[in-house]
Write a protein that binds this ligand. Structure first.
Ligand code: UDP
Ligand code: MG
Length: 331
């Protein structure tokens, strides 16, 4: 038997006979997308209007410091659609900051982020919501690998995920920033205040029931990718240093390699003595071995320092220690 039950606001509204619809917030970053935002808005609204029987919705477009007509188009849309909101950032802060700005303003019970260039098909929202209804707090959209020709971008991506070597699902190849978060998942995500944000990694840290749907990315509707090589490289570096131990592991691996090389050279020196090689040559081999041994020691010391620094870094990031999924302790 239930002894007591605390009514939520929704319950009270329900008991008062008011209809209670969950609210969807759709958050999209846009940078120099003047050709795309309007078609994107139309496609997105078409999908969302099919859901109005069960949901309210709001769309938040974040203009990431565009210098083209993106912002004025967003303003025009906002003038005619009261469910449409825009946020204009003072300069180009990057995709991750733009999404975060939108997430912080989202009021929905479920929050969906997707790109505004129509590469993330809005129709997929229906599937994301179906999985949310099944009790998932996080629904990730995973890109189906399409057969691409040769491209540096593809090689870079493959190399990056090899280096990062993560066993965290969201940080494997194919996962995008197209995802659904429940309100509690978003509130948890927003507790991470670190400035080098890699949302895909952070989402993997919040936990909660998670599901995945696949999609085939469409061609960009118009315009070009805004991730030039430098931006992509910076993004990769953020992910690498925030979520992977690969850099300090590399120092240890190098130290081990130098140690093994020094042992090989030492064996070479002993062999040279036995074979009565000219003493001068044997001495060079010994010198090489000593040099490698010392380098290995210095690198090992640096590895230990890196270990300490990474712990300080963790502390400074002040990441939340845990999130509670359920409890019967009332707050
Ligand atoms: N974007 C952004 N700020 C940036 C770069 C990109 O807000 O500095 C937006 C862009 O408008 C798009 C999304 O992020 O909606 C993904 O960018 P893009 O399509 O250029 O990346 P790609 O799909 O090529 O990886
Ligand atoms: Mg794109």
């Amino acid at each position: 038997m239930f002894k007591s039950y605390q009514f939520t606001q929704n319950d009270e509204a329900f008991l008062a006979g008011k209809s209670v619809k969950a609210k969807i917030s759709v958050v999209c970053p846009a940078y120099q997308e003047q050709e795309v935002v309007l078609p994107f808005y139309k496609e997105l609204t078409k999908v969302l209007l099919d859901l109005v029987a069960d949901f309210e919705f709001e769309i938040i477009l974040v203009d990431d410091g565009s210098t083209d007509r993106t912002l004025s188009i967003l303003k025009e849309i906002a003038d005619v659609d009261e469910r449409f909101f825009y946020i204009s950032l003072s300069k180009n802060f990057g995709h991750q900051a733009a999404i975060t700005a939108g997430l912080e303003k989202a009021k929905g019970d479920l929050i969906i982020t997707l790109d505004s260039d129509l590469q993330h098909p809005p129709e997929l929202i229906v599937q994301l919501i179906a999985l949310w209804k099944k009790g998932n707090d996080v629904v990730l959209a995973k890109r189906e690998e399409v057969a691409e020709g040769f491209s540096f971008r593809k090689i870079f991506r493959k190399l990056f995920f090899k280096v990062i070597g993560s066993d965290v699902r969201t940080m494997r190849s194919g996962y995008s920033d197209y995802r659904l978060l429940s309100r509690r998942a978003l509130d948890s995500l927003l507790q991470f205040k670190e400035s080098h944000r890699y949302l895909r990694g952070l989402v993997s840290l919040i936990g909660y029931p998670t599901a995945v749907v696949s999609f085939t990315p469409s061609e960009r509707f118009a315009g070009n990718s805004k991730f030039g090589f430098v931006k992509l490289f910076r993004y990769a570096i953020d992910a690498l240093f925030s979520f992977s131990k690969a850099p300090s592991n590399f120092i240890y691996a190098l130290s081990l390699f130098f140690l093994l090389a020094s042992i090989c050279l030492l064996s070479g020196f002993v062999l040279a003595l036995f074979c009565k090689l000219q003493f001068e040559y044997a001495l060079w081999i010994l010198m090489g071995s000593i040099l490698l041994f010392c380098s290995s020691g210095v690198l090992f010391g640096q590895g230990i320092l890196a270990e300490y620094i990474s712990r300080v870094y963790e502390q400074v990031k002040n990441r939340p220690l845990y999130f509670v999924k359920d409890t019967n302790i009332s707050s």
